[in-house]
Design a protein around this ligand. Structure first.
Ligand code: NDP
Length: 280
């Protein structure tokens, strides 16, 4: 018997509305892992002290969310492949005395998508070019997507993601301006929405795309996890598309994080149920 338990957690600001702790602790309990996950509010000026504290206390790893995903890199000892390309970290893994930064935003998305379609060789249209979209774009390219068209309101951010993919991955990437009622090309296999449009409380907001251009051959995925059944996904289902929701992405990130920290493959259904029980 030991009273010294392995600690993981999250550093973010704000932290109060982040439900990750509930799904991670549900998975720990279900799998008999006597670990803890502490949801901690950390201001930007305190991030260095927080990471030094986690090191000193032997934390086994932790998540970083907004606004720390880029700043935390200065306090780490190394980065995984995709975190290096993306330039942002959301999961820190202890390797002996070293803290290594990984990015599971995009990997969680790809894991959720793979349950419906394999990205290998596919033509993708991706709406958005913020932190989440950038991570999703890089992981889709590393998963073998052949062509990725980035559609974003700000041309500079959209072009920067296309340039990143073309210079650092094998995928062919293009930027297209987000014109009103954007029509998705008919040879598209996978449509991904990764902007913040439709996020609670603006649940009636809908990304400005021509849903008549969606065909039953397309898979449509939305990064918004609250609510999971977005207006976009409802419209896509009405058009006969298969869909992937943002809750699946969040859950798969948790699965990957726990695997990094504990080595255990946890059941995503347990985590999804924990979130559903919270009303998500
Ligand atoms: P960022 O602030 O980095 O990026 C926001 C993106 O949304 C940009 O592309 C921005 O375009 C676009 N955008 C915002 N408002 C509008 C609008 N009115 N019309 C068109 N485009 C708009 O945010 P993140 O990338 O970090 O997060 C984006 C979303 O992804 C959030 O809703 C977040 O909850 C979700 N997310 C989900 C995760 C999950 O596990 N399910 C994980 C991480 C994020 P522009 O460049 O022109 O400003």
């Amino acid at each position: 018997m030991t009273f010294l338990l392995p600690i993981t957690g999250s550093f973010a600001q704000p932290a109060a509305e982040n439900p990750t702790v509930a799904m991670i602790e549900a998975a720990f309990a279900h799998h008999g892992l006597d670990w803890r996950y502490l949801n901690v509010e950390v201001a930007p000026a305190d991030l260095g002290d927080a990471v030094r504290g986690a090191r000193a206390m032997g934390w086994r790893g932790f998540n970083c969310s907004i606004p720390h995903k880029v700043a935390v890199i200065d306090h780490l000892d190394g980065l995984g492949q995709s975190a290096q390309i993306i330039g942002a970290v959301n999961t820190i893994v202890r390797d002996g005395d070293r803290l290594i930064g990984e990015n599971t935003d995009g990997r969680g998305f790809v894991a959720a998508l793979r349950r419906v379609v394999d990205p290998q060789g596919k033509a993708v249209v991706l709406f958005g070019a913020g932190g989440a979209a950038r991570a999703v774009a890089v992981e889709m390219a590393l998963a073998g997507a052949a062509r990725i068209t980035i559609v974003n309101r700000s041309a500079a951010r959209g072009q920067a993601v296309a340039d990143l993919l073309n210079s650092r991955t094998e995928a062919q990437a293009y930027y297209r301006p987000w014109t009103p009622r954007f029509a998705v090309a008919q040879d598209t296999d996978i449509v991904i929405h990764a902007t913040s449009v439709g996020l609670f409380p603006d649940v009636d907001a809908m990304p400005d795309l021509d849903t008549d251009s969606l065909t039953p051959a397309m898979v449509v995925a939305d990064g918004i996890h609250n609510p999971p059944h977005t207006r976009l996904l409802q419209a896509a289902q009405a058009r006969g598309c298969r869909t992937v929701d943002g809750l699946a992405m969040l859950v798969q990130q948790g699965v990957i994080g726990i695997k990094y920290w504990t080595g255990v493959d946890v059941d995503p259904q347990v985590m999804r149920k924990a979130l559903n029980d919270l009303g998500l």
